[in-house]
Design a protein around this ligand. Structure first.
Ligand code: PPS
Length: 319
């Protein structure tokens, strides 16, 4: 398992959230501290669009949606080029190359307006995000489904090392720095009414994708006609994305496997895997479900928010 260490960035988003940031524990991979220091100073443009999520919360789904909305619904290019090349994951290049000099080149080379993906929590993002306030989309998901999804992802890159799903999740709960995933969600949730930020959830996308597409178009000042909406709904459907080689992170996984010396693609490999809400119930043992429930409940109680609120399921009329 990767080793996390406590880390303090050079400055905090004091202008966004008023809280005692000195007490906010932040953890990052100990072997990547030089990288995370450099992220703080990454240049951000006012016309950027940033997609930020905790891992396995529906990033890829929203990424494809956003890229299409931002690129005049160019389905042809979307079907021709890998998603992660069209809209890079900021932390990816360094994880593969360990090259501090060039690791931001994939986002620097992008034609503006850029669409950038990141899994970093609010205070670890480039500080120009909170100064320039580019458009930012945040997608939350039930942490239980995200953890199960992460397990299968880890297996694909040789990280789960013979552990069962229950064992993996138990290790995550015990090893995760308490609050980390919850603070990731709650800090963006607290900003959900900011005009430059669009906060949604995997669950909202599952329940009403059409509405989310409409909301995103509105947020990005774009229009969509009914025929294009129908094409979007089909292209973004689970069935289509599952069989689309350009939305299954084939390009990224090939590099990860090459770096780790994994020669074979696992037979069951498919990044777009199950795509369901609450599927964790069928996969985890009842004991493990109650253990996670307790963990979630304790954390959210301290943070004074419910899971339904974080997933925007408490009030389906609330944007
Ligand atoms: S990552 O690696 O953090 O970027 O992963 P991320 O893209 O955030 O999350 C992967 C999960 O999203 C599901 N997915 C979808 N669900 C429904 N419909 C569509 N079109 C879709 N595309 C991706 C994917 O299957 C992963 O969830 P699980 O639960 O593993 O199926």
């Amino acid at each position: 398992m990767s080793c996390m260490t406590e880390y303090q960035p050079p400055s905090y988003p004091n202008n966004l959230l008023q809280k005692d940031w000195s007490k906010r524990k932040i953890h990052y991979l100990s072997e990547r501290l030089d990288f995370i220091r450099k992220v703080h100073y990454v240049e951000v443009f006012p016309d950027d669009v940033w997609l930020v999520t905790y891992p396995k919360c529906g990033t890829t789904w929203m990424q494809e949606l956003l890229w299409l909305v931002m690129n005049d619904f160019d389905f042809e290019t979307a079907k021709r080029e890998h998603l992660e090349v069209r809209t890079p994951f900021m932390e990816f290049d360094y994880a593969i190359s360990n090259d501090l000099e060039n690791c931001f080149k994939p986002i620097e080379r992008l034609k503006r307006p850029r669409l950038v993906k990141s899994h970093l929590c609010l205070p670890l993002l480039p500080h120009q995000i909170w100064d320039k306030k580019p458009k930012l989309i945040y997608v939350a998901r039930n942490i239980k489904d995200a953890m199960v999804s992460e397990y299968y992802h880890s297996r694909n890159v040789g990280r789960a090392a013979g552990r069962s799903l229950d064992e993996y999740v138990r290790d995550e709960i015990e090893g995760t720095q308490l609050h980390d995933p919850f603070l990731h969600f709650t800090e963006f949730y607290a900003l959900r009414h900011e005009p430059w930020l669009f906060y949604t959830s995997f669950e909202r996308m599952k329940l009403d994708l059409r509405q989310v597409i409409n909301d995103v178009c509105h947020f990005l000042d774009k229009t969509i006609d009914e025929a294009t909406m129908e094409k979007m709904l089909k292209h973004l459907s689970f069935e289509e994305m599952k069989k689309n080689p350009k939305t299954n992170h084939v390009w990224e996984f090939d590099q990860v496997r090459a770096k780790k010396g994994i020669n074979q693609t696992p037979q069951e490999f498919n990044f777009v895997r199950k795509g369901r809400m609450n599927a964790y119930r069928e996969e985890l043992s009842p004991d493990m479900v109650s253990k996670i429930d307790k963990w979630v409940e304790e954390n959210l109680k301290e943070l004074n928010v419910s899971l339904d609120e974080l997933l925007l399921l408490n009030d389906l009329t609330n944007k």
